[in-house]
Design a protein around this ligand. Structure first.
Ligand code: ZN
Length: 159
């Protein structure tokens, strides 16, 4: 990628970062102005009104984006920008223009998404298998206790 293009992307990232930071400030100020101590932690926010929940979700999304932007900016500094973290190939310019903080090339990204889907499917299947109605807890407890008693008796005999 040419220096000029890189500079353009850097500027783009920086201005997006500023917008996000301003939004955070605004939100923080709003809560301060409201004179409330609410919305200071996740639990409180989650249990408050739905509009606040929504706002928190937006803030969280913004925080994630901010992190990605910071990462991209530091990659520009170190000369790693535009290189796929997975396969080391150069990420296509069109992709970087669409997603300036992309860290994976299109094919690695697709692979990752496929892997995520597989994992989600497996986790769901395990969850179903772990459901209480499929586990005979009572019998297992009885067995376990019975075994413990036997072990204790064995210890007694040995002493
Ligand atoms: Zn790749």
């Amino acid at each position: 990628m040419q220096k000029k293009e890189l500079k353009q992307i850097e500027n783009l990232l920086k201005s997006r970062k500023n917008i996000l930071l301003k939004e955070f400030e605004k939100r923080a100020k709003k809560y301060r102005d409201a004179g409330s101590e609410k919305a200071t932690d996740v639990v409180e926010i989650a249990s408050s009104s739905s509009s606040e929940v929504l706002e928190f979700a937006v803030a969280e999304e913004g925080a994630r984006e901010l992190k990605q932007i910071e990462d991209a900016l530091s990659r520009i500094k170190t000369g790693q920008y535009g290189v796929c973290e997975q396969c080391g190939k150069v990420i296509k310019k069109a992709r970087l223009k669409a997603i300036p903080f992309a860290t994976l090339c299109v094919s690695c990204k697709e692979e990752e998404e496929k892997a995520c889907d597989d994992r989600a499917f497996r986790e769901r299947a395990e969850e179903i298998a772990d459901r209480p109605e499929n586990v005979e807890t009572d019998d297992m407890d009885t067995l376990h206790v019975g075994k413990k008693i036997m072990e204790l008796e064995y210890d007694d005999n040995r002493n």
